[in-house]
Unconditional design. Sequence first.
Length: 351
Amino acid sequence: MEMAERTPAKTPRQGRVTASMADVARLAGVSSQTVSRVSNGYAGVNEETRRQVLAAMKELGYRPNSAARALKRGEFRTIGVITFSLSSTGNVRTLEAIANSAAAEGYAVTLLPVALPTQDEVRGAFTRLEELAVDAVIVIMEVHLLDAATIMLPPYVQVLVVDSDAGEHYTVVDTDQAGGSRTAVRHLLGLGHRTVWHLGGPADSFAAQRRTDAWRAALTEAGCTAPPLIRGDWSAESGYRAGIELAAREDCTAVFVANDQMALGLLRALQERGRRVPEDVSVIGFDDIPEAGSFMPPLTTVHQDFAEVGRLCVRAVLRKMRNPDDGARGTTLVPTRLVVRESTAPPSGAR
């Protein structure tokens, strides 16, 4: 089918602000109903006709009215994601996994960053949801900021929380932080280290707290005394500062670090102070970032399956959207696994 003769109507380049469905139909030589079926992705349209309609849309700069389509379908096919930190490797990789999984299901993602982890900022993010066309919200944030008494959720918007212990109040998807931490500690004790030091994350992080609690519990179960906890802020710089402190301790032969970025800074500090890894000090990280195998030495670490976290988040929130009366709560844990590389070995006295 050939394109119909162009009408005198101006194209966007000629000064027309918005092309209508009728304009597309006239240019393509089809009915408005056919244009609607093409723009909504319905089957049953001849492929040649579909190409003609799409060419007319491109020529006129026509954009289907997604809001109108959403009203007809009862959904916007968009998921909002609220997070207060994009500097954390875990948050960024979780966000990427959610976006990829949502796209695979035909959904877009709208990011609502929160500048500061405060109640007012979080309340503002949920308020902005009322102005946006989203069907559901995935929150990557500390759960104590989600106070139902002060935050009004938009009606019919389903909420899922990542990295939280809010299973009694929300649907939660999380990595098995405790299981991964116990595996890391047991690996070091199994190599012959008498105890394991811990460089933990920020005190207000639930993930950091779970890793710290599991570290201490694993040492207690093994009959070992837990050394004093050292805290960082997830950054390589804080790992470096902690490494300077630990390098001065001859009794420190093994360190479990709460994330790989801090482990990177720790490795640098140990090297600068003449403590060899793993000959003098064994180091384990957490996350298994893509660069972990390129550290010097390659880092033994706990692998988090961010892709699976994203897939489960999207699957769970879509299930809630399709069954809004389902009041199911609880936490789904994604297993971790230890990736053994060259930064861990038996202590020098045990070789």
